[in-house]
Design a protein around this ligand. Structure first.
Ligand code: GAP
Length: 514
């Protein structure tokens, strides 16, 4: 069995080998934490975006979409709190000159304690076999309880010092835990400082007329500043939502783990405008609704969990993450935030414009409260891709690499393969493609033995292979091979489109989100 680190390396190399993700500007040795999507990556990303968009906008009468510009008036970021509060606590190691996020150093330390708990569980599972009761073991085993207590105490203290902006205590914690620089092994640390994550740029040509701008660090503010435009022109009644997907930029200090934490990334966000006082019920509603969206993709119910925030962002009165089990452990995939009237209220204050809603039932105007769902598209891509990559041992001892992407998200839905490169088989394969390409992305492959071609499509994540053989010429049937079961059925060419559509159509997947 490969360990997590090796598996993650395999994810990265497989993503490159099969045209999913490339390092940005690779011929110049790349740019740290910036990535490009290749010919398959762009399709997978587009399909995830579409699956989100349809679930949020198309399936909900009271949610509409917008596409706001990346550049926004600089006062936006003053009002949103990002100029003053969008900081990470930084610490430098004096020997290696490496810079770290102080909170991440502590969290990594805690992750090691958690790994010890997992080890204890695995050992006990082996020892007790079928009779093993994980829940009971975790709640009674003295060593596990001690580890859990240690982890909780550290995280509580970290949350408290960050909450109180007590950076000296964050440093004290790092020293008490004797955390060493992962690069040099040295414990020679600077003080902890705050560092703003927004990228600055300039609008305008001349030095004296140029205006300082920021690249947006989240898409949400484009929604808030358009609240009245959309509400009035769309005659929207509360509760209603505005959704948006688009690029966001953050000068992340600890940018690593591939596309998990990038400097340029894409978000899919939805702001749901509600009556003040109803935020608790909407918070629960959207937690449940978003989890259902994830579960509908069939990537394993046990791979998700909720994590409630102890330290709330400057705008929130309640917040949690949906965490996913990435190759490096459970980490945030999506955030659900109860943002109160913080954003609209502040934009009112800074712009001098009213951002209120006249509620005909209450016969009064108010600044709506907001419930936000916010997911990183690239992070979702990583969740889908890493979860899908599997090495299987087949009967007879052979292995195959298979990318078990949910069919609805797979870049290419079907590959058409003539058994031989002669006897008119390629021509029939081309005719089939001409018909299927109106509905699906289709690939054609005639090189190598058909078994090798199946393996290539398995590794690229293609759900179906259609093989044209000599029998096809006689009775217009082909074989349809299923990526996951490897089962092959013989079906008439005329039934292919419907048979494939049944499995890959977004409609059938969206129906699973009840
Ligand atoms: N509008 C709220 C907001 O932006 P966030 O928790 O900072 O909240 C939301 O970000 C989501 O965006 C995260 O759950 C994550 O999926 C994604 N995300 C944030 N920073 C990211 C980064 N540097 N690289 C990739 N995805 C990121």
């Amino acid at each position: 069995m490969v360990n997590q680190e090796d598996f993650f390396k395999k994810v990265i190399s497989h993503a490159k080998e099969y045209g999913y993700i490339f390092q940005s500007s690779e011929i110049y040795d790349g740019l740290s934490a910036v990535y490009d999507y290749g010919q398959n990556g762009v399709e997978l990303k587009k399909n995830i975006r579409e699956y989100w968009w349809k679930a949020m906008v198309q399936m909900n009468e009271n949610i509409v979409g917008i596409d706001a510009a990346i550049f926004m008036h600089p006062t936006t970021w003053k009002a949103s709190g990002h100029v003053d509060a969008f900081n990470d606590p930084l610490i430098d190691n004096k020997d290696s000159k490496k810079r770290y996020r102080a909170d991440v150093l502590v969290e990594d330390y805690v992750a090691k304690i958690e790994a010890k708990i997992e080890k204890e569980i695995a050992k006990a599972e082996k020892r007790f076999g079928e009779a093993f009761d994980k829940e009971q073991f975790v709640s009674t085993n003295a060593r596990v309880l001690e580890y859990k207590n240690q982890a909780e105490t550290i995280l509580k203290r970290l949350a408290k010092s960050l909450e109180n902006e007590d950076l000296a205590d964050v440093k004290a914690l790092i020293e008490e835990l004797e955390i060493a620089c992962p690069e040099s092994g040295s414990k020679n640390w600077t003080d902890v400082k705050q560092f703003n994550l927004m990228f600055g740029t300039k609008l305008g040509a001349t030095a004296d007329t140029a205006m300082d701008l920021y690249l947006r660090p989240e898409t949400a503010q484009g929604i808030f500043v358009n609240f009245s435009n959309v509400q009035k022109t769309g005659r929207m009644k509360i509760p209603f939502g505005i959704a948006q997907t688009g690029k966001a930029f953050r000068n992340e200090i600890v940018a690593r783990q591939f596309i998990f934490r990038m400097r340029e990334f894409e978000q899919m966000e939805m702001q749901f405008f509600i009556k003040p006082g109803t935020q608790k019920e909407w918070y629960e509603y959207w937690k449940e609704n978003r989890l259902k969206w994830h579960l509908s993709l069939g990537m394993g119910d046990n791979n998700y969990r909720f994590h409630d925030h102890e330290k709330l962002a400057h705008y929130a009165d309640a917040a949690c993450d949906i965490e996913f089990k990435f190759p490096f452990g459970f980490k945030e995939l999506e955030g659900i935030h109860s943002r109160t009237d913080f954003d609209l209220g502040n934009h009112e204050k800074y712009s001098g414009k009213k951002l209120q809603y006249f509620d005909p039932e209450e016969n009064k105007s108010y600044v709506p409260y907001v419930l936000e769902t916010s997911i990183g598209l690239d992070r979702m891509f990583l969740a889908v891709f890493s979860n899908a990559l599997q090495e299987e041992t087949l009967e007879g001892g052979d292995t195959r690499t298979v990318l078990r992407l949910p069919f609805v998200l797979a870049p290419t839905k079907v590959a058409v393969l003539p058994l031989l490169k002669k006897d008119g088989l390629p021509e029939i394969a081309r005719e089939i493609i001409e018909e299927l390409k109106f509905d699906f992305n289709v690939a054609y492959d005639e090189k190598d033995a058909v078994g090798r071609r199946y393996r290539r499509q398995d590794a690229a994540g293609t759900p179906f292979c259609v093989t044209v053989d000599h029998q096809t010429k006689e009775d217009q049937t082909v074989t349809l091979r299923h990526r996951d079961t490897m089962e092959q059925i013989r079906i008439p060419i005329s039934q292919l489109r419907v048979a494939i559509a049944k499995e890959v159509d977004m409609r059938n997947w969206l129906k699973k989100i009840k």
